[in-house]
Design a protein around this ligand. Structure first.
Ligand code: NAD
Length: 296
């Protein structure tokens, strides 16, 4: 049994903290939202009064926060986790954040002799609750080995992507590709329909031909062919267009810093920004079908 500080008990963190508690660990839970803390207590966690109260006596710290500024804010500085965690504490940040922030925070932890990994996830709220997330992990071999047993409680597939920050690299590159092939899939289904080919027939053909891809076969943006897809539920998320846009913006920033050419990623970002400016970014990201076929 390990004492774990869990900070950031939102849509994702709430389920992840509950799984750690249900596995028999003592989970000292903190969030700025009192409701979120109460919910975590209902799921077997112990309420902490502050971030540092959560970290007090913890062997492991897990954070699941919105963005880089929040992660830097709670890890760095005199009042931060790194300055106040006991020697030997293992730090795991599972937030999706910019690569620079991830590397800055891990460097600071390592400078203090603390092991730390960036471990962003793929899989949504349902996977967080079910303990079936995919983790993409960056950090030293020793830090990865330390984190693995806890990640396996919260997830099913755990990958070591390399050095610090490489978890975030894997995450933004994967989600940039996802955004691009989702939009391509929407274009193909929309064009097929306008040319007189119904979605099911096109699906039957393309899903066994060279156009086949995950957005089509697991998450088809055209209603009908994949019954569990959000397209059959008025594009209720799922994974919202707002979250996809967040990841595409992270990819664009990283691409620009690396002087990489990612023209389709940039186009995907621009199209999801149109969903945002239309006030429709609360739809599932496959709802970009409505922008493409003119029904937004
Ligand atoms: P969320 O907004 O539901 O939860 C974030 C929580 O962090 C909130 O409860 C907020 O009160 C808390 N918080 C913010 N600053 C804090 C601080 N200083 N101290 C304590 N608590 C603080 O977000 P989420 O959907 O759970 O996502 C969390 C992370 O996971 C994000 O980086 C997101 O990009 C990533 N992610 C989300 C999904 C998804 O489907 N929701 C999927 C994959 C990855």
């Amino acid at each position: 049994m390990t004492t774990i500080a869990f900070i950031g008990l939102g849509n994702m963190g709430g389920g992840m903290a509950a799984n750690l508690a249900q596995a028999g660990h003592v989970v000292q839970a903190f969030d700025l939202s009192k409701d979120a803390v109460e919910k975590a207590v209902g799921a077997g966690c112990v309420a902490a009064q502050s971030m540092l109260d959560a970290v007090d006596g913890a062997d492991v710290v897990v954070t699941m926060l919105p963005a880089g500024q929040h992660v830097r804010g709670i890890y760095l500085g005199d009042d931060g986790i790194i300055a106040n965690a006991a020697d030997g504490t293992l730090l795991i940040d599972s937030s999706t954040i910019d690569i620079d922030s991830a590397r800055t925070v891990i460097d600071a932890a390592n400078a203090k002799g603390l092991k730390m990994v960036d471990a962003p996830v793929s899989g949504g709220v349902a996977a967080a609750a079910a303990g079936t997330l995919t983790f993409m992990v960056g950090g030293t071999d020793a830090a990865f080995a330390g984190a693995k047993p806890y990640l396996y409680i919260m997830g099913k597939n755990i990958f070591h992507a390399g050095a610090a920050g490489n978890g975030q690299v894997a995450k933004v590159c994967n989600n940039m590709l996802l955004g691009i092939h989702m939009i391509g899939t929407c274009e193909a289904f929309s064009l097929a329909e306008k040319l007189g080919l119904d979605a099911q027939t096109f699906y039957d053909i393309s899903s066994t031909a060279s156009g086949q891809n995950w957005s089509m076969t697991s998450y088809c943006p055209a209603p009908g062919p994949v019954p569990t897809a959000p397209s059959n539920n008025n594009y209720k998320p799922g994974f919202s267009a707002a979250m996809m846009l967040k990841d595409l913006r992270l990819a664009a920033d990283a691409s620009s810093a690396a002087k990489a050419a990612t023209p389709l990623g940039a186009q995907a970002e621009a199209l999801y920004a149109l969903m945002e400016s239309a006030g429709k970014d609360d739809l599932d990201f496959s709802g970009i079908m409505k922008l493409i076929n003119g029904s937004l």
